[in-house]
Design a protein around this ligand. Sequence first.
Ligand code: ZN
Length: 380
Amino acid sequence: MISRRDLHELLSHPPDSESPVLSLYLDVDQQQAVNLNRGFESVLKSMIRRVEHGLGHNSRLKEFLGDARLVSRFVSDYQPVGKSLVLFCDASRGFTWHRSLNVALDSSVHWMPRAYVRPVVEARDEFERCGVILTDRGRARLFTVYLGSIEEHHEAFAEADVKKVDAIGMDQILSQKNFQRKADEHVRWHLKKVVEMADRLVEARRFGRLILGGAHEVTAELKNLLSERLKKCLVGSVTLPIDAGTVDILSETVALEEAVEREEEEVLVRRLVTAAAKEAQGVVGLPKVLEALNLGRVRRVVYSDGFDASGFECRECGGLFESYSENCRDCNGLQIESQDLLNAGIARILREGGEVEQLKSTAAVSFLEKAGGIGAFLRF
Ligand SMILES: [Zn+2]
């Protein structure tokens, strides 16, 4: 798991073209045949060789090789956990940082003035923290799902036996009605308890999305009992038995989250383009986004999957520019090349407490492409 605090820590070091950071994303998923017998080590080797060849006779080659040796040593001792290894290192200042993630990320190596955080930031956007309440008429289980991992929090088995009485004679109808009423009361009591627990969980874990699981009649009743805070998080429900395995709960949750994310993207991109057209705290197109970024105005950047732009970054003020000028237009400072302007922009936005939204929905992407593939909601 990679928290916002982790990202702040990673990005706290100013970009340094004299001492670049090696960023590694490595698919180590043991479910993939290619990764058995430590196949990921050969993948790492060939990625490192590619960067090395790219550097040619560059004077910094020696430094790259120092970073590469550190990474190779780490990976040769690494016991794979989850699906991906994320590692940042700079041997010259004795810096290494790593996490194992349960999210599949494409393998890649980057060597640039700052940590290449874009893939983890995009994964965090895709897999927003989600709460799951799985319940039947008498039992409940609570989960949170984040970055491909599921965690079970609580079990709440009501003591009351609330099973329906199916076969019953006419003379028993009165007492059966009475019994059913009592049973329904118990169900309601149970569901209210479940809501109380879920309220405590959202307070503790701060999930932004909620999914209800169970038979339709129960989730429908639970929905009516939710607090306002939980209602705001609710994104849908799935039909699952109370004793479902965590693998099934996880896959149902992730599938629903993906569908929700795609729908939200389409709404978001339309709002953005409208805001930009009305000049109401919204801009589209790279030049305008950079201008807003350099003024610290970006609240949320929105861009199409695969958006790519290189440019220059001021070493002094962090200003980002598409074209080179000897001195920064804002502070007269020296500029360094930025192979990925968006990575540098994301670093700045996160430091300033803003948000990042990568679009994957085909409809949303093609809509934003017409406006330059990138835009931003502004603070002021
Ligand atoms: Zn500057």
